[in-house]
Design a protein around this ligand. Structure first.
Ligand code: CP
Length: 300
């Protein structure tokens, strides 16, 4: 394989300056200043799990960067239904010489190994509970373009244990100086120690501590029945709503990676709060993914 291949499975190759440079590229694209990159060829999107935001924003990003996106999703009818494995599916699609392969899959797939076996670079579009690095990038970009990140205190509320988004946040946010704390019932607390990570059992205390807050969806599909019974309890004690928003700083941003379960982790009121950036995250995600494609394809 070429030494120059720049797959994006996690943040191991991303230092502070790489992140700033990527965000500056995204900002230029968003403001319509830097839209002259026109790649040629195809991009394969292989989504073995459901997605709306990641899939559509990568498809849009590919079109806007001059790449033709070719999509295979779990529901689209493929030879997976005839017993072909996801690994063989990836190897076969990669053999058609796309410029890049964007994959969403479960933790059971070994993307590191597959990356060694295929010619095109791979982008992680959400890998089981291991990580969702492009989501972490767009979340960080949402904060970066409005706030000074050095020393910024971010509270993540909810199901951190099962969240691939949170796994990627822990990997990259510290690089930009952001401190992360978690909040929720003890069953959602990470089981492995995370440096400089603190935990709030009380949502009120967490909201008063933080400079910005991110709510996470209860990952019901990854839970046992016993944990599912906690939903009502979670809504009452950890749901963000009009009343507890008053505890949050006026300058705080409110985020959620989506999909949102309205009425559980946040109420409808939250969307009307001037600090809410949930759709802004989605908008930024398009430009961050365009910038990411540029970096991966140019081997920056
Ligand atoms: N945030 C996110 O990954 O959303 P989708 O599952 O809809 O892609």
């Amino acid at each position: 394989m070429s030494q120059k291949k720049q797959s994006f499975l996690d943040f191991r190759h991303y230092k502070h300056q790489d992140l700033v440079s990527l965000f500056q590229t995204a900002q230029g694209l968003r403001e319509g200043r830097d839209d002259h990159w026109k790649f040629q060829g195809t991009a394969a999107l292989l989504f073995f799990e459901s997605s709306t935001r990641t899939r559509i924003s990568f498809e849009s990003a590919c079109w806007r960067m001059g790449l033709g996106p070719i999509l295979l999703d779990i529901n689209s009818g493929s030879s997976l239904s005839k017993g072909e494995t996801p690994e063989d599916t990836i190897l076969n699609v990669a053999a058609m010489d796309p410029k890049v392969v964007i994959i969403r899959c479960g933790s059971d797939l070994d993307l590191e190994k597959i990356d060694q076996e295929v010619k095109p670079p791979i982008i992680n579009g959400g890998w089981g509970s291991k990580g969702h690095p492009s989501q972490a990038l767009l979340d960080l970009y949402t904060l970066w373009k409005e706030r000074n990140l050095e020393g910024l205190k971010l509270l993540i509320v909810g199901d951190i244990l099962h969240s691939r988004v949170a796994s990627s946040h822990f990997e990259v946010f510290k690089t930009m100086g952001v401190q992360i704390a978690g909040c929720g019932p003890a069953i959602f607390k990470p089981k492995t120690p995370i440096p400089d990570f603190q935990w709030f059992d009380s949502l009120a205390e967490g909201l008063q501590w933080c400079d910005s807050v991110m709510a996470l969806r209860l990952q019901l599909e990854r839970h046992s029945e016993q944990v599912q019974l906690e939903t009502e309890n979670f809504r009452k004690n950890y749901g963000i709503n009009k009343n507890n928003l008053s505890l949050l700083k006026p300058t705080a941003l409110i985020m959620h990676p989506g999909p949102v379960n309205r009425g559980i982790e946040i109420t409808d009121d939250v969307f009307n709060d001037s600090r809410c950036r949930i759709l802004d995250q989605v908008n930024g995600g398009l430009y961050v993914r365009m910038a990411l494609l540029k970096r991966v394809l140019e081997g920056a």
